[in-house]
Design a protein around this ligand. Structure first.
Ligand code: MN
Length: 317
């Protein structure tokens, strides 16, 4: 296990970096990857990101000029916010056993890399990359901006239960570089497409409650995606919706995939360990926020399976 100072030392000692992000990339993995590429370039290294075809429109601007060109000759592979072998994007699968350094904050990190810096106490992987940027003397506004995106998006703009005093200290230091945090927060937290609002309306109408109203289930079937002509962008961070209902402490968001599998996001309070529940279905994540995929069941059966697992794992209120 490397400290952030040792990560910086490793990065100084190597070159020609290929940076990996995870499947269905979020602001944390993309922000960390962008920041890492920029700080390495600032330190005189060659660095680029392995293209990730699932990047959504709202994050694409942070990544301009950072993607590896076809045939890019890399020597050193670094993954950021990537916890598990099954979260490697398709084009990164051949690199599963070739990662030289994994930087991550998931307690469920699988240990696929030759060395790692895994800090589960960090709300966002961006908090670790912030320390690395400092150690490299590369905390420029260009590096700070994607790091702010990473930290802000992985904490729901500093409101999720994973936020610590350190999260705020990091955000403050990033702000002090002079970046435009307001624009970032407006784009990612205060703006919704009309389609997104229509989707939320439907989901709020149809959500179901269990366990005396403490467990809420939000289902997004493919039929609804088609009906509202939703894009991936319209579906971001849907997992936060159910948990806003008063009296709930466990929110289950189920999104039907094109192949019929159900992708589950679980957000939970102290009563339920989300990692424990999702592990039963081969998934994982954090104690308060985890995910898994249920295959071979229709929406009703999958819902019953995940609700039963939640009730089984639930401790005393
Ligand atoms: Mn993360």
């Amino acid at each position: 296990m490397l400290s952030s100072a040792e990560v910086a030392e490793f990065l100084r000692a190597h070159d020609n970096y290929l940076i990996l992000t995870h499947k269905r990339p979020d602001g944390d993995t993309l922000g960390c990857a962008a920041a890492l590429a920029l700080m390495l370039r600032g330190a005189g290294k060659t660095a680029a990101l392995l293209p990730n075809e699932e990047v959504t429109e709202s994050y694409a601007p942070y990544l301009e000029g950072l993607w590896a060109a076809e045939g890019y000759a890399w020597d050193t592979v670094v993954s950021v916010d990537l916890a598990a072998r099954n979260l490697f994007p398709k084009n990164a699968e051949p690199l599963r056993e070739r990662v030289d350094l994994a930087i991550d904050h998931h307690p469920s990190y699988e240990g696929f890399a030759a060395r790692c810096c895994v800090r589960p106490e960090c709300a966002a992987c961006g908090e670790i990359l912030y320390e690395v940027a400092l150690a490299l003397g590369q905390l420029t506004p260009a590096v700070a901006l994607p790091l702010y995106v990473a930290v802000a998006t992985d904490t729901g703009c500093f409101v999720y239960s994973n936020v610590t005093a350190n999260t705020h200290r990091v955000a403050a230091a990033l702000m002090e570089t002079g970046i435009d945090c307001r624009a970032v927060n407006k784009r990612h937290f205060r703006t919704k497409s009309k389609k997104r609002l229509a989707l939320e309306g439907r989901l709020l109408r149809d959500m179901e409650f269990f366990d005396g109203g403490r467990v809420v289930v939000v289902q997004v079937p493919q039929a609804l995606r088609r009906e509202l002509a939703l894009r991936e962008d319209d579906m971001e961070d849907l997992a936060a919706l159910g948990g806003q209902v008063e009296g709930t402490d466990c929110s289950i968001t189920m999104r039907e995939q094109p192949d019929g599998a159900w992708k589950i996001s679980l957000r939970s309070g102290a009563r339920v360990n989300a990692t424990e529940v999702c592990k039963k279905f081969g998934g994982g994540g954090h104690r308060a926020a985890s995910g898994c995929v249920i295959e071979g069941m229709d929406g009703e059966a999958a819902k019953r399976a995940i609700v039963d697992a939640v009730l089984e794992a639930a401790g005393d209120a």
